[in-house]
Design a binder for this molecule. Structure first.
Ligand code: PDD
Length: 278
C-alpha cells in the first residue's frame, strides 16, 4: 500500500501527472526513515529536517508534521512492516512546464515502505570506498530530489567494484554519495561540520551524541584526503547503512583492513539506542 497525499491506496491506483515538477525538474524533497520492530526511529528529527528542506525551497507542506507522522504510522501498520524503511517525498506538484514556480502550487506527497534485515553482514566486515570530486551544487544541506551528482558518484563506486563514493572538494572531504563520513585520528572522532556542503544526517547526529556519551572526543571540522587515508578508523553513517566501517579507500587499506575498535563501540551503542527507542 502507498501513502498518496493523506490516503492509503494500492500502488496501481497512484496517478502522477506527466508534468509533475518532481518528475520534470527534481523539484521536491524527501526523507528515508528507518523502522525497527514496527516503530519509526528518530521520526521527529526526520520530519523537522523535511520541514527545513521545504522552507529552504519555498515549498508549502500539504499537511502538518503531526498529520504526516500519523499517516506514516498508518502506512507502516497497513503494510505490516516490522523492519525496514519508509521513503517519503513531496514535490511541487503538476503545472505546465515552466522553470519558475506555478501560481497555484498543489504539492504531491507519496510514501511507500520496504523491508530491510538487520544487522547485515557488511556491518561486521566493513565496505570499500573510492574518492571522487564532489561535483554537486552548493546546497547539499537540502534533502532535494535532485540526486544526479550522488547517482554518478555511486555508479563510479559500483563500476570500481566498491560500495561507496566519498566526495571531496579539492583537498577537503565532504560526505559520501548517500552517507556522512567519519574518521578517527589520534583517538578523536572527526566529521565535516553541518554546513551547506553536506546533508546533516540524522544518523550522524545520533552518532555524535553517542560518542560524547561514551567519552570519545568529537570534532566537527573538515578533514583532508590525507587525513582520511592515514586515519586510525573510518566509517560512514546513514539511515539505511547505520554505522558502516570503511576498510579500504582507493585500494589503500585503512589500518589493517578490518573494522576498528572505536567503530565497533559506536556500532554497539547505536544498537542499544535502537533497542531503547522501541
Ligand atoms: N541518504 N548524506 C547524503 C548525501 C545522504 O543521501 C544521506 C542519506 C546521508 C545520511 O543521512 P541520514 O543519516 O539522515 O540518513 C548523508 C538516504 C538514506 C538515501 O538517500 O537513501
Amino acid at each position: 500500500m502507498i501513502l498518496f497525499q493523506d490516503q492509503i491506496i494500492e500502488r496501481e491506483e497512484v496517478l502522477i501527472d506527466l508534468e509533475d515538477r518532481g518528475y520534470q525538474f527534481g523539484d521536491g524533497i524527501y526523507e528515508v526513515i528507518r523502522i525497527y520492530d514496527g516503530k519509526p526511529f528518530t521520526l521527529r528529527e526526520h520530519l523537522n529536517r523535511l520541514e527545513r528542506s521545504a522552507d529552504e525551497i519555498q515549498l508549502p507542506l500539504p499537511f502538518t508534521l503531526d498529520e504526516i507522522a500519523q499517516h506514516i504510522i498508518t502506512l507502516i501498520q497497513r503494510n505490516s512492516l516490522h523492519n525496514g524503511q519508509v521513503y517519503l517525498q513531496i514535490t511541487r506538484g503538476a503545472a505546465l512546464r515552466n522553470h519558475s514556480f506555478p501560481n497555484e502550487v498543489n504539492p504531491v506527497l507519496t510514501a511507500y515502505t520496504k523491508e530491510i534485515d538487520r544487522p547485515f553482514e557488511k556491518q561486521l566486515t566493513g565496505i570499500k570506498a573510492i574518492l571522487t570530486e564532489d561535483i554537486r551544487w552548493l546546497r547539499c544541506d537540502i534533502k532535494s530530489l535532485n540526486l544526479l551528482g550522488n547517482v554518478l558518484g555511486k555508479q563510479k563506486a559500483v563500476d570500481s567494484g566498491v560500495d561507496e563514493a566519498i566526495f571531496h572538494r579539492g583537498e577537503l572531504v565532504t560526505e559520501g554519495s548517500s552517507t556522512n563520513v567519519f574518521i578517527i585520528k589520534n583517538g578523536v572522532l572527526q566529521t565535516h561540520p553541518p554546513t551547506n556542503l553536506i546533508l546533516s544526517g540524522i544518523t550522524r547526529n545520533v552518532v555524535l551524541k553517542l560518542a560524547s556519551e561514551l567519552g570519545i572526543e568529537v570534532k566537527e571540522e573538515a578533514f583532508t584526503i590525507h587525513d582520511l587515508k592515514e586515519a586510525e578508523e573510518v566509517f560512514v553513517t546513514s539511515t539505511t547503512q547505520e554505522v558502516m566501517p570503511i576498510i579500504e579507500v582507493n585500494s589503500t587499506a585503512i589500518q589493517k583492513g578490518t573494522p576498528g575498535e572505536i567503530t565497533k563501540k559506536i556500532q554497539a551503542a547505536f544498537s542499544a539506542e535502537i533497542t531503547l527507542s522501541k
